[in-house]
Design a binder for this molecule. Structure first.
Ligand code: NOJ
Ligand code: CA
Length: 552
């Protein structure tokens, strides 16, 4: 396909890449309808280039009814007309590639949208038909089939089964959905489903897509043998078996699917890569990241991490070792479209952090945030991981040091989790459209409004303001990514221990060192030329909550 652009390069370009996540509907809006679009992304390629990212990852850009922010896909091989066209997608890939930036897209293989043509066909077809077999349809229990087939809750509500009305108008079968009822789960025992996803990854790979982020990668294969149906009332990891035999998640046979995807990935030069979103027991994560599998897996361990040098050290050591055992490299993540922005998280007290939904639902939640401390710690934490081997996934807006917007009235929220799952958090805050300027109807997000309300303080925190401010978070990120490009060579790391001090200090090849002060008092800076710091050194001392990079 000669009209598509491919970015050549080393096979392992992703091992220490900085990947910037774009939530397309909230990044930049070119036509002013309040929804971010591909033209908007195209208009910001220069911004991404100046920021210095190696790749972008696009959350779903497919046609969708938006029951779950696009994670309900109606057509895996097209673009949502509200955000663009396939031709614009190609143009975006071309512009990104011309700027030296690679692209990941999201693949959502566990479930489709209920608007997907296959699900619509299934509704019209008969129980037991091939159309129904692409999903998980079962008869209900009880005299008239009125009781759901198994005691299964969903992530977004009390039940993981929804009953349909048969074409003749009678109450009919039930279908399984681990998420919203608009997200029916595929039956991965069906070869047609397997074939179709191979077709999808070929489709996008042929259009120049370099990598994939795999949604709920651990849920595809379920134990449905001999009439068995999974039951569950909690998605706590503690409930999941960690030996590959759980009936719902992380079953050993899921890796057969990824092996077949790998065969497709390896037909390209450089081979395509994928990163698994797999909420599994940490000791089972690396299997998704093997060379025969997807290549990488998200390490989410730092998401709940307290500001504590011992905790950080333990997690870092674990993640590095674990990825190495499978010949992969690890990933560092502090923020994404599903979690409260990390500047805000790091500003919370221990109690709030331990029970985020409780904090989120408390009337005085803003009072419980120490904004300045959160900003300091978030920057220090991000600079720390950017100095580590492995790849770092950044979430749009974190380069501006954004806190979580907390001004969204409940009636304007869109997240099904908020409405349907008792005691949960709304993920809308981190999905508020980005501020590019101090003025304008949507702070430069676009010429119109924004699909979620933006807070007043975007007047002071935005790209325009931060461009001009040498000490801004944006300029810190730019410096960090530029330095990283020069400094990253191999994946070696050597710890330098400072007993009795709350610091983490390590050395990378070519005399590059990173030093983080986790304590609340300044500590003596190590020798070396300071090349980056999240706070100015005072009298040769590194202030509290600060990371500094040095060159020896
Ligand atoms: C994980 C995605 O990150 C999240 O946004 C989504 O709701 C679920 N998977 C279901 O697709
Ligand atoms: Ca738009």
């Amino acid at each position: 396909m000669s009209e598509h652009t491919f970015l050549k390069g080393p096979k392992n370009w992703w091992r220490q890449a900085v990947v910037y996540q774009i939530y397309p509907r909230s990044f930049a809006d070119a036509n002013g309808d309040g929804i971010g679009d591909l033209k908007g992304i195209i208009s910001r390629v220069e911004y991404l280039k100046q920021l210095g990212v190696d790749a972008v990852w696009l959350s779903p850009h497919y046609p969708s009814d938006l029951a779950d922010g696009g994670y309900d896909v109606a057509d895996y091989r097209d673009v949502d007309p509200r955000i663009g066209t396939l031709a614009e997608f190609d143009e975006m890939v071309e512009k990104l590639h011309a700027a030296g930036i690679r692209i990941f897209v999201d693949i959502v293989p566990n479930h489709s949208s209920d608007q997907h043509v296959w699900f619509q066909e299934a509704l019209k077809a008969k129980p037991g038909s091939p159309e129904r077999d692409r999903y998980i349809f079962r008869d209900g229990k009880g005299e008239t089939g009125e009781i759901r087939p198994s005691e299964l809750t969903s992530h977004f509500g009390p039940t993981g089964w929804t009953r349909i009305t048969e074409p003749d108008g009678t109450p009919g079968q039930w279908y399984l959905h681990l998420f919203a009822k608009e997200q029916p789960d595929f039956n991965w025992d069906n070869p047609e489903v397997r074939e179709d996803f191979l077709k999808t990854i070929k489709f996008w790979s042929d259009r120049g897509v370099d990598g994939y982020r795999i949604d709920v990668a651990h849920a595809l294969t379920k134990d449905l043998k001999d009439g068995h149906l999974p039951a569950r009332n909690s998605y706590d990891l503690k409930v999941m078996k960690n030996d590959g035999s759980d009936d719902l998640f992380d079953r050993d046979e899921v890796h057969e699917i990824y092996k077949s995807w790998r065969q497709v990935f390896n037909q390209y030069d450089p081979p395509r890569v994928a990163v698994a979103e797999a909420w599994v027991h940490p000791n089972r994560r690396a299997a998704y990241a093997s060379e025969e599998g997807l290549g990488q897996a998200f390490g989410f361990d730092l998401l709940g991490q307290l500001w504590d040098h011992k905790g950080f050290r333990k997690t870092i050591d674990f993640q590095l070792k674990e990825a190495e055992s499978f010949g992969s490299s690890t990933t560092w993540v502090f923020s994404n479209h599903d979690v409260v922005r990390h500047a805000t998280r790091f500003g919370l007290d221990k109690e709030s952090l331990a029970n985020l939904p409780k904090w989120f639902r408390s009337v005085d939640r803003e009072k419980k945030i120490n904004f300045e401390l959160g900003s300091q710690r978030a920057k220090a934490a991000t600079m720390l991981v950017l100095a580590l081997p492995g790849s770092t996934y950044l979430y749009q807006g974190e380069e501006l040091g954004l806190h979580e917007p907390l001004n969204i009235p409940s009636e304007q929220m869109q997240d099904p989790q908020w409405f349907r799952q008792e005691g949960s958090i709304s993920r809308d805050g981190c999905r508020v459209p980005l501020p590019w300027t101090s003025t304008g109807s949507s702070f430069g997000f676009g010429p119109g409004g924004a699909h979620l309300p933006q807070p007043e303080w975007f007047k002071e925190v935005n790209v325009e303001v931060e461009n001009k401010d040498e000490g801004s978070s944006l300029n810190l990120y730019r410096l960090a990514l530029a330095l990283r490009k020069q400094l990253v060579t191999d994946e070696k790391l050597e710890w330098i221990n400072h007993f009795g001090q709350k610091v983490l200090h390590f050395r990378r090849p070519n005399g590059w060192e990173s030093f983080t002060n986790f304590g609340n008092k300044p500590v003596k800076a190590p020798a070396g030329r300071v090349i980056l710091t999240t706070n100015k050194l005072v009298d040769g001392k590194v202030p509290a909550n600060t990371t500094v990079w040095l060159q020896r």
